[in-house]
Design a protein around this ligand. Sequence first.
Ligand code: AMP
Length: 448
Amino acid sequence: MLFEELNLIEPILKALQTEGYTQPTPIQEQSIPTILQGRDLLGCAQTGTGKTAAFAIPMLQLLSKPHTNTKVHKAIKALVLTPTRELAIQIEESFKAYGKNLPIRHLVIFGGVGQKAQTDALHRGVDILVATPGRLLDLMNQGFINLRDIEIFVLDEADRMLDMGFIHDVKKVITKLPVKRQTLFFSATMPQEIQKLADTILTSPLKVEVTPVSSTAEKIKQEMYFVTKNDKKNLLIHILQDKTIETALVFTRTKHGADRIVKDLIKVGIKAEAIHGNKSQNARQRALTNFKAKATRILVATDIAARGIDVDELAHVINYELPNIPETYVHRIGRTGRAGLSGTALSFCDADEKDFLKDIEKLIALKIPVTEDHPYAMSWQSLMSAAAEKPKGGNPRGQGGNSRGQGSRGNGKPAGGGQGGGQREPNLSGAKRTPSSGSRRWSSKGSK
Ligand code: AMP
């Protein structure tokens, strides 16, 4: 199918051409006609499936219809709520790209930065507002934002909202929306609480399911490197000597670890920057922009900071450490191989991480091929016996041996000891959610 067959208006088709899009992705093919009809939608999709365009394109078309009521000229007509600043910025960039030939005004607001520029833009008038919940409520309470004229409401990454503790704020926002509206609801998983929320705010929605989290992994080339903790740094440098790796996103579990890797890489002349929760919003955005422009070759990120990072043509993801939540592995490697492009995910696994590897391989129902062609290669057996010789110390699974890291929550202490001195960021994928707590993957396709 082509975009031309979706009854889109010329200015949008032209913008899509400029973006180089020809064919809609499955979620776009299913969602666009429904949203154009004014129906509610319940979409099960994560980033990388084209879900942003799936809602942004029809929204732009619906809002480009002339509004006869001049009183609402200044009113906000559509609201997109999303959990993180990075996602909010990327969503607004999508509206900008697809709406470049339309006179529709959009604005993104998020916390952690001054509000003056945001309130000035609100005064000038905004049609589509993209927001994170905290700043939205803040500006609503100060009287800068009124949601009474919202025609379309998008709740993006609903399950992450729950994981990040924003669900109460989201519910507060919803009470301020007009009852008569179109609602588009997106979530990668459907924990019970999210299902309940969807049931209350949607009216006979069309349900659209795309690639479940576990099968995203199938289209990405995956390689496992067994290596000692001490050799990881040298292995990374060795791998990056391969100049065909133009850019790579490297994941670490801790902010401290991210900074250390950046230092190590810079020392050997590899341009690298870190992005994590201790960096200011501006520093994070600058690092991301440099990385997207390929001015920085390596971006080292923690899971929380990398949430939703969308870099076109990212061909390599490197897991410097394996995550203790298997879903996080799938989210990480999903940063590559997007929109049909090929991608490679390399992972380093030391002796302490063997249980994480087991959990990951169980989730993706795939044995990840082991690469032995490198100077630091260790067989599984030698890695295990080297570990056995070491005095027992850090157990990355934490006190209770809980592989999902649930043991880390509640007391605010990190689950593991693998990263001495590292300040661990909260693990969003697992927070407040256990694999059996009612969350379910939607598609019957793929593996579990
Ligand atoms: P998303 O799932 O919204 O995060 O989008 C993932 C990536 O796919 C983004 O980089 C989009 O620019 C890109 N993309 C979305 N739709 C299409 C399409 N129909 N053709 C090509 N690329 C697309």
